[in-house]
Ligand binder design. Sequence first.
Ligand SMILES: Cc1cc2nc3c(=O)[nH]c(=O)nc-3n(C[C@H](O)[C@H](O)[C@H](O)COP(=O)(O)OP(=O)(O)OC[C@H]3O[C@@H](n4cnc5c(N)ncnc54)[C@H](O)[C@@H]3O)c2cc1C
Length: 406
Amino acid sequence: MKRTSASIYIGFTLLLLVQSSCVNWAARAVEKIPEETALHKNYTYDGKVIIIGAGASGLAAAKVLEKNKIEYIILEATDRYGGRLKKDTTLADFPIDLGAEWIHSNPKVLNALKGKKENQIDEELIPYHLNETGNWDGKEYKVNPARINNFMYHFMPESKFKTSTWYDFVDSNIAKTVKHKIVFNAPVVNINYEGSGVIVKTANGKSYQADKVLVTVSIGVLKSGNIGFKPAMNKRKIDAIESINFLTGFKAVMKFSEKFYPDALTWEVNDGEKVFYDISFKKNSKTDILGFLCTGPAANMYFDMESNDEVVKSLLMELDKIFDGQATTFFSGEYLIENWGQYEFTRGTWTQAFQEKTSALKILNESLNEKVYFAGEICDPYKQMGVPGAILSGYHSIDKLLISND
Ligand SMILES: Cc1cc2nc3c(=O)[nH]c(=O)nc-3n(C[C@H](O)[C@H](O)[C@H](O)COP(=O)(O)OP(=O)(O)OC[C@H]3O[C@@H](n4cnc5c(N)ncnc54)[C@H](O)[C@@H]3O)c2cc1C
């Protein structure tokens, strides 16, 4: 590959900045991890709270209420808890994350999420420092030089759970003590906060009353307008919700009898993101599992296909082009697909708060008349992204709800 002197200079400057940790994503993220959260405080509140959504954020908020013996229920639209966290134990000899997978922040964040103050991490983690990565532009496959992999790891030193998943982490550290309070199959369709309390209606016609409500549904669900608010949200709030970028997308997971692919392979596309990656990376596994993440408009051509079989067939065809037919040769026929972008109660993949306007983020976090509060990954004031952001926002927003004077 031909490189201009300008690109060499930019690369060299970036490398220096990374080494001095000026441009180190995780270094910035670790500085923002709060020392204490609502888990470290005591609350006396004698009202009733309804939490809408049993994802990481709603479950975290519930943990605070449970600890302080405050009356609450969680209304969850689906028949399971976890939201965008889901695991599979059928395809491989290790549990596979079908939703969130990486710990984008410093591992210390795991302790903050549990309310543990020491630095030692209990979980066995895999540092996500890849050895072999490549790039495919549809015609030519190029292996990236090692310095790119080193650069990426130093810029954003992510990790993954070695024998566990994000779902397991939330299940055992958060959901365990609150799951008995979840009302499943209860999609909320209306939140009426014009009287002295709040009345929440679900699609099956039931009404629930509370003094305050915490809404933790994804920004995609808020955008859809499927939850009505009475009085309606003001234009400022609606504009803030609309302004947030929440890309559609899906994850596919395929099982092979041999690893013929690199640790990660970026597939260049004009619009959106496509990446194949080795899910078995450093898992000490006997099963070879290849993941495929696709977000943004690039996902739409797959959504238009007739079946998941067709999606996998087209992925195998592309891999065959790169790796001389090895994908078809080694494919076991087993796969899983999670169409997160198309699920009614998710409607997207993830948000990236650092790309959004601070003013919009602030408005999203404002309550409606100090009765209806909001939490979820995009409401995280500590900019941790993803699951840590969702959990920390649950702690942050429930604190606000409990200490407000109304
Ligand atoms: C494919 C994929 C990969 C990802 N990878 C990572 C990663 O590697 N690392 C990372 O940190 N993060 C990742 N994320 C993002 C991460 O999963 C989310 O940030 C996090 O799980 C969000 O939690 P939440 O509680 O805010 O929202 P959600 O998980 O969306 O929870 C909201 C809950 O509300 C429920 N709900 C929706 N509508 C209603 C309604 N009307 N009534 C009642 N309940 C309702 C939903 O069913 C759901 O249970 C990924 C996400 C996806 C989809």
